[in-house]
Design a protein around this ligand. Structure first.
Ligand SMILES: NC(=O)c1ccc[n+]([C@@H]2O[C@H](COP(=O)([O-])OP(=O)(O)OC[C@H]3O[C@@H](n4cnc5c(N)ncnc54)[C@H](O)[C@@H]3O)[C@@H](O)[C@H]2O)c1
Length: 315
């Protein structure tokens, strides 16, 4: 229940759904930020929040009355997924997903839309990335997201549990996670602070505005409810690539001042480029990204300056 999840809750509530959110508030970033992101949903009578760990909670009563499950809980971040931390990624991304799949099956085959990641692909030699390409993740995080995707497909193939996996490509916009690039760049630019840049900045990403991601989730949910989810994996992306240097130039323009950059080497687990082919999502979901990079970045900047998600602890 944090960044992408909070946007999705707001949209589902606006569409008239009753929504139960489940989150154990991991310490990956401050709880106060997650609560602030959820504030709009929490104010709605049709929303309830269960504070629980997917790995421990009795899911049967929670799933009994639901029509559809959006599974976004997980441990994000590629750089921190090496070493001892891998255990956290294994638990929250693989084991938690398997437990949810079992519970959804036992509850009468409740459909699941899973938030996978472009990190499943790794550094493939051909672009744009298509779902039929053999993935080769370059981070332990990517391995766990791919494993969870395979579990979803497996439960569909073997037990007929309806699932869909959406490979999200670098999501940005208001309420972005505080460890992600745009949020760090914009906050540092506003405060005149130094920005840490990993790599030479020529690395490219397919950036996806959060309302486009939410639209993808909603359409995926509709496909599940229509009985047409068959374990597919779909790219959800803005469909245009930009380099980190291009993003930084745009950030400097928005801030109206040159940026102070500190370059560090690219980190293990960082992919060089991402760029998605979204034809399959367009065909199956009618997915068409609507918000371009300059507009989306300007919205995130404006939202940050309005301080709507300003946290109690000042972050
Ligand atoms: N933000 C992106 O650009 C992006 C890109 C690709 C994929 N994703 C995926 O989308 C999902 C949401 O990403 P986000 O950026 O909103 O991350 P986030 O960290 O803001 O949200 C994930 C939430 O899951 C919760 N959680 C983790 N393990 C849990 C468990 N065992 N039980 C209950 N709750 C648990 C955390 O407390 C957190 O609030 C993640 O699965 C992530 O891997 C995100």
């Amino acid at each position: 229940m944090a960044t992408n999840d909070a946007h999705l809750c707001d949209r589902l509530l606006a569409d008239g759904w009753r929504v139960t959110g489940l989150d154990c508030f991991t310490d990956y970033y401050a709880r106060s930020i997650k609560e602030a992101h959820l504030a709009a949903a929490l104010a709605q009578p049709a929303f309830s929040l269960v504070e629980a760990d997917l790995l421990a909670v009795d899911l049967a009563p929670l799933l009994a009355d639901v029509q559809l499950v959006y599974h976004l809980a997980g441990q994000p971040g590629v750089r921190g997924s090496w070493g001892r931390q891998f255990e956290v990624y294994t638990r929250n991304n693989i084991l938690a997903t398997q437990r949810l799949l079992e519970a959804a099956l036992a509850a009468g085959s409740k459909p699941i839309v899973y938030a996978s990641s472009s990190s499943a692909y790794g550094n493939l030699p051909v672009m744009p990335l298509q779902e039929t390409m053999a993935p080769a993740p370059v981070s332990p995080y990517g391995v766990t997201k791919l494993a969870a995707e395979h579990l979803c497909r497996l439960y569909t193939d073997v037990y007929g549990l309806p699932t869909l996996s959406l490979r999200l490509f670098t999501v940005y916009g208001p309420r972005q996670r505080p460890d992600m690039g745009f949020q760090r760049f914009l906050a540092a630019a506003a405060a005149g602070q130094e920005i840490t840049l990993y790599g030479d900045g020529a690395q490219t990403r397919d950036f996806t505005y959060v309302s486009d991601v939410v639209a993808g989730f909603v359409s995926a949910g509709d496909l599940c409810l229509a009985g047409r989810a068959a374990g597919q994996t779909l790219n959800i992306a803005g469909g245009v690539r930009a380099s980190v240097n291009e993003v930084l130039a745009e950030v400097a323009r928005l801030a109206g001042r040159p940026l102070r950059l500190r370059a560090l080497p690219a980190q293990p687990g960082d992919v060089r480029d991402t760029w998605a082919d979204t034809a399959l999502a367009q065909r199956l979901l009618g997915f068409r990204p609507a918000v371009g990079l300059a507009e989306g970045l300007a919205r995130q900047w404006a939202d940050m300056n309005e301080g709507r998600w300003k946290m109690k602890d000042g972050r």
